[in-house]
Design a protein. Structure first.
Length: 243
């Protein structure tokens, strides 16, 4: 059952290929050509991703990330309690390391293998990853691969899809919204389900404040920010030239 685990050497191959990006002579993005079978993706080093985005993801997805060895029984219990208390899915039981293993080494499609065997494989891969990679390296893999909806894979593609800016320019409010929708990017799509996405943003900001990443005042200010969303994700500029 567990003797056919994927090799960690497959991690580099598992990263999505960057999109081909066409610019005009002024540096304005005109169009992206997507890799076959994939969506938009631009890989960034962790140093170019705002700390607010990193903290928002950790607070929302895996509060004990920096303390556990790749799997977290306490996190599973915490997620169950939060979900029962909130009456909805507020937090998941898988660690960021487990999610990274699923995204890059197993079949990441929802419902592809919802079984105890799948969870065991995911956990064993996470433990192996933890021994081989640093926490920051795993976070970098995750943030560049997680799906944010609308064909946007990774934090930079999500920033461009929803806010028409690079990840490096994201505000606290924008980072919290993206962290909130990552758990289920389809039903939390901020372009189609604005109120639901804002509700998820509020959850992320509350968790960030509870875990000491931001103050209560910063949380309230960010929640009150009026976000400017793209009318459509990835509009095509100069179609007569690029199509």
């Amino acid at each position: 059952m567990l003797d056919d685990l994927p090799s960690l050497d497959d991690l580099d191959a598992g990263l999505a290929l960057p999109s081909t990006r066409i610019y005009d002579r002024h540096g304005r993005l005109l169009y992206e050509i997507l890799p076959p079978q994939q969506g938009r993706n631009r890989v960034l080093p962790l140093s170019e991703i705002p700390r607010h985005c990193v903290n928002a993801i950790v607070a929302t997805e895996d509060a004990n990330y920096y303390r556990h060895p790749g799997v977290d029984p306490l996190g599973i219990a915490r997620a169950l309690w939060l979900n029962l208390r909130g009456g909805e899915i507020v937090a998941g039981g898988s660690t960021i390391t487990q999610q990274t293993a699923r995204l890059l080494l197993l079949d990441p499609r929802p419902g592809s293998e919802r079984s105890l065997r799948r969870k065991l494989r995911e956990a064993l891969l996470a433990l192996k990853m933890q021994r081989r990679f640093s926490k920051d390296e795993i976070l970098e893999l995750y943030l560049n691969q997680v799906y944010f909806g609308n064909l946007a894979y990774g934090i930079d593609a999500a920033a461009r899809a929803y806010f028409q800016k690079g990840a490096g320019d994201l505000s606290l409010a924008e980072c919290a919204l993206l962290a909130g929708i990552a758990q289920n990017a389809i039903i939390n799509d901020p372009l189609a389900q604005r109120e639901r996405a804002k509700s998820r943003q509020a959850v992320s900001l509350r968790l960030m404040a509870q875990q000491g990443y931001i103050s209560g005042e910063e949380s309230r200010t960010a929640l009150a920010d009026e976000l400017q969303f793209a009318a459509v994700p990835f509009p095509i500029e100069a179609p007569h030239f690029v199509m």
